[in-house]
Design a protein around this ligand. Sequence first.
Ligand code: 13P
Ligand code: SF4
Length: 363
Amino acid sequence: MTETLADSGVAVVDEDRLIADTLLVKRYLDRAVPPEAPSARQRAEYRDAIMGLLERRKAAIVAHYYVDAELQELAEESGGFVGDSLEMARFGRDCDAEVLVVAGVRFMGETAKILSPGKTVLMPTLEATCSLDLACPADDFSRFCDNHPEHTVVVYANTSAAVKARADWVVTSSIAVDLVDHLSAGGERILWAPDRHLGAYIQRVTGADMLLWDAACIVHEEFKARGLKDLIQVHPEAAVLAHPESPAGVLELADFVGSTTQIIRAASDLPNRQFIVATDQGIFHKLQMRAPDKEFIVAPTAGKGAECRSCASCPWMGLNSLHEMRETLENGDNEVLVDAELARQAMIPLRRMLDFGKQMAGD
Ligand code: 13P
Ligand code: SF4
């Protein structure tokens, strides 16, 4: 990988590699065919079967807010959990189930397995990946780190086990700003990967000296500042809530920026009756449950053009269906396995993440 640094601190990597990453993401996107919607009768059958199987297998569902609303409800009704990536990791590690069924994307399943090597970790589908994980191959990333040995390596949780194994720290969006602020106050220079929007946001807020890997979330990158400005004109009373994977122009217009759980909390806490939300639409289920008397409007994306497959809806999160959940529990399919040595190395920065998160929460 040839590499220079742009003024912004974003690593300008080899054009060929960027094209290869884009093609790789596209190939995985083409494979992410949305599951057929089940009939009401099928849904009821799947729900009953899943409830029975969870009990029989001593299993718990650990789900993210972006997955199917019914899966989120099942998770909570059966004693499992719905949360942001940090909370999912924590719940998976602490719960006493023998089997964890992670309804989310691949990196969440891998994190659960690394933190709970003694538990069986299943996923409704192993095809559920993430554009950030795909665009940060471990070998290239490792070379990038080798070229900057004087930097502390901080990676986002949306990465493979191999990338985490190369890091000093792992963070999720809920603690990224606080951690970098803490490291920067101690004089450390940061090498950040993979999300350039989240990295640039952290850099703006903390003023830290950061080098940024060049990748993006295909869902959040579609939110458009121009359209958002227009929508704010139409709803001047609305507060804008945004996930920090969104582009800078969108974040500048936001009244609140935070992780998915922090966004849900802000919607309840803020006095506004209306909110414009720049993150995956899966979150609307929980937003509406927590604040039933408030109105939530999806932030504008690139439009309804043929290319906009990911508009406010993660195609990989969308692969988690009731049908796949039942099949997985029935057959023990889609087990997440992580190489033992990689898991040992990745455990170190993951533990630091959980300890720092605990410290932040004052636990
Ligand atoms: P959170 O940790 O905020 O839930 O984000 C995970 C994610 O993948 C957002 O796209
Ligand atoms: Fe990855 Fe974006 Fe999907 Fe989150 S929404 S899992 S960052 S592709």
